[in-house]
Design a protein around this ligand. Sequence first.
Ligand code: TYD
Ligand code: MG
Length: 455
Amino acid sequence: MAKIKSTFFCQHCGAQFAKWQGQCTSCKSWNTIAEELIQKPDKKDWKSPDRVTNAKRIAKPLKVSEIDTTKEARYTTDDQELDRVLGGGLVPGSLTLLGGEPGIGKSTLLLQISLKLPYKTLYVSGEESQQQIKMRAERITAQTDNCFILTETKTQNIFKQIETIQPDIVIIDSIQTLHSDYIESSPGSISQIRECTTELIKFAKETATPVLLIGHITKDGTIAGPKILEHMVDTVLQFEGDRNHVYRILRALKNRFGSTAELGIYEMLGNGLREVHNPSEILISKKDEELSGTAISASIEGMRPLLIEVQALVSTAVYGTPQRSATGYNLKRLNMILAVLEKRVGFRLGAKDVFLNITGGISVDDPAIDLAVVAAILSSNEDIAIPKEYCFAAEIGLAGEVRPVSKVAQRIQEAEKLGFTTIFVSKYNKIALKNTEIQIQQVAKIEDVVEHLFG
Ligand code: TYD
Ligand code: MG
C-alpha cells in the first residue's frame, strides 16, 4: 500500500510548501495555502505498462531534417473558426484547454464539434447526465454516429473505456470534475487537477490522440486550478463574450502550434453555435439615420480584417471631476488621445465626461483603431454625424500626427468590399493598390481629419 503524505499547496499559483503559512512566498497572495493529501502511486499502475508497448510513437533522437512532418497532419474539425484559432486543426497528441465563464457555451461548442466530426470521438462528461447531453445534442441539428458519450469522473475508468472504444479524439468536460484514484484530495483541488492532467498528457502523447479539456474559470477570469495547468497543455483557448450578447469570441491565449492572434466568432442560436464568417457585418450596427458619435475602424485581428464600430459620448461633466470610461478599448490610451486632442487640436475636453464603447462586446488591441476613436469623440463633441460610408485606419501619435499602420491594403480592400466609399489612412502609408474605387484620404495630422469631416 502506498504511503500517505500531506503537503500544502498555494491554491493560486500551485507552489508547494512543507507547512502552512499565511502568505505564499511564490505569488505573494494571502490565505491561499491549503493542506492536501497525496498518495504516492504504486509502481504497478497503468502509466508504465502495456500502453507504452502499443504506443504509436516511441521517442528516439532524430535530426531536424529526419523528422517526418507528414505524420503531424492535423485533424480538421469541420469548424472553420476553431480550425483557424487552433492554427489549422487539432494536432495529434496535443492537449487543448478551453476556458470560459459558466454558461458561455463551452459544452455546446465541443459537443457540436464532436457531433460534426468525421472521426470517432469520445465525449466524457462529469457535469451532465447522458440524457441531458442527448437533449442538448437534439437542439444542435448536425449529427453523426461517431460520437460516444460517457458520464464518468474517474480517470482510471475513462482510460478503460478509451481502450475499448479506441477513439480518435477525446473530449473531457471538465477537468475540474475529474479525479484520480492515486490522489486522496477532492476533485477540483490542485493536486487532483495536476494529476489528472498529467495522466491525460501521457495518454495523448503515447497514443497521438488529441485531447480537448474544458476548464472552469474563477471570478477574476483565470482558469481555475494551478497556473501550471496552462503550462502543461499545448494550447489554451478562451471562450468569451457577454452572456447577454449573442456573439461569442474564441481566442488562443497560448498556442504551441499556431498564432495567438486569430479570433473565432460565433453566434449563439437556439440550435447551437453558428460560425460567423463575415464578422464585420455583425460588428457594425445597421442603422438608417446617421448618428453623431460613431465611427468605423478598419481593424485587423490576427490575419483577418474586421470593421469595428466605435461609439463615443461626450457630455458636460455633472460632477467636478469628469468621468472617462472605455469598454473594449484601453482607458490609458483614451486618456492619451484626449490629452492630444486638448493640447494639439485645441478641443476643450477637460470639463467633459467621455464614454467610449466598442460595439459587439469585443476588445481591440489594434492601434489602427485610434483614428476612429478620435473621429467618434470629435463627432459626439461637435454633434455632427460622420457619413456612414466613411471609415478609418491609423494610429495617433503624441504630437497629433496620424501614423501609418500595418496591412493597410487588406484594410482598404475589406472596407471597399463592405461598401465604404472613403477611408482615412496616414499620409505615410505607402499604398500600392490598383483598381480601387474607394477613395483613399491620406492625412498627416488630426487637424486634416477635422478639416475633412467638420469643415
Ligand atoms: P453551455 O454550453 O452549457 O455553457 P458552459 O458549458 O460554458 O457552461 O451553454 C449553455 C447556454 O447556452 C445556456 O444558457 C443555453 C444556451 N444554448 C443556446 O442558446 N442554444 C443552444 O443550442 C444550446 C445547446 C445552448
Ligand atoms: Mg458546461
